[in-house]
Ligand binder design. Structure first.
Ligand code: TA6
Length: 299
């Protein structure tokens, strides 16, 4: 007999959230930023990492989970001019405005052992004054035996819409010193910690210090190998040509908000993205979807 999915609203400090339970896993999503906060298959370690020091405050992305970076990734000044014009006024928030603003839960579609929550975001004039009118964002969050996030941008305006974007996924690992990322072998990347020089990946990605790299023209399938937890976390993406790999290591960890001094040992980010050479420019009336499916496999 299948167990019907349960979806219940809960409040975490200042944030309205939704707790989802199915026969396979538990999920926690904040309405603000449509931010997935937790994803834990039953009987397993969490797949997605959430800071023990997470704060649930209006206007502030929660540290961990999957922040949605849109309509720009990272430092706006590192984006092409066409994207920089999307912002005006106060200093631009890192990773765009969408992750700190309220989205709307548009639909809950429940099946036997799966459920899809669809959130929508209509940028307001005060949040993004220079964004053409009529642009809308949606995030479909499907939980079955895997977790699939689909971020869709619809350009309902009469002008071309350039943007960069990322699903900034924090993954839980047993020990960053042992974790490896497979699938990026021989891929070109930008080494943001060394003057944004272009490099080529040799072998699997391993971590021996602060790591903050933008891989370009990536394959659709990547995986995180975790020897101590005896598992491999798979990522299968579509509509994404970039991947950002990040671990703050010791020094940057001490500068991060909502982040314990030793938290860097138990997490890493692989951000499904379109950035730098891979930015998207949508014609009027067009839409673009970027998706990633996550699942964990015992090894
Ligand atoms: O994606 C990597 C990165 O740009 C890092 O440089 C670091 O700043 C991280 O994102 C977290 O950014 P945040 O604004 O969420 O603290």
């Amino acid at each position: 007999m299948s167990i019907a999915p349960q979806v219940e609203p809960i409040e975490l400090d200042e944030l309205a959230c939704w707790r989802v339970r199915t026969a396979h896993a538990e999920l926690l999503v904040a309405q603000q930023g449509a931010q997935v906060l937790r994803y834990q298959p039953h009987g397993q370690q969490p797949v997605i990492w959430l800071s023990d020091d997470a704060a649930y405050k209006k206007g502030q992305s929660v540290r961990g989970g999957v922040p949605v970076c849109w309509p720009w990734f990272g430092d706006l000044a590192r984006n092409p001019d066409a994207i920089q014009t999307l912002h005006a006024g106060a200093p631009a928030p890192a990773h765009g405005a969408a992750r700190g603003l309220d989205w709307q839960l548009q639909d809950i579609d429940s099946e036997d052992e799966a459920v899809t929550l669809t959130f929508t975001f209509t940028p307001s004039a005060e949040a993004l004054p220079n964004l053409p009118k009529g642009v809308q964002l949606s995030l479909a969050i499907r939980l079955d035996q895997r977790l699939t996030l689909t971020l869709t941008t619809f350009n309902g305006s009469d002008q071309p819409l350039p943007f960069s974007q990322a699903l900034h996924t924090y993954f839980a690992v047993s020990d960053i010193h042992q974790a490896q990322i497979e699938g990026l072998e021989d891929t070109r990347y930008i080494e943001t910690l060394e003057d944004w020089q272009s490099r080529q990946q040799q072998g699997a990605v391993t971590f021996t210090g602060e790591t903050d790299r933008i891989y370009l023209d990536i394959p659709a399938e990547l995986s995180i190998v975790d020897p101590q937890w005896q598992r491999r976390i798979h990522l299968a993406s579509s509509g994404s040509r970039s991947a950002v790999v990040w671990n703050p290591w010791i020094a940057k960890a001490q500068r991060l908000s909502q982040f314990a001094a030793d938290a860097w040992t138990g997490m890493l980010c692989i951000e499904t993205a379109n950035v730098l050479d891979d930015i998207v420019t949508l014609a009027p009336g067009a839409q673009h979807s970027m998706a990633v499916t996550l699942w964990s496999e015992a090894t």
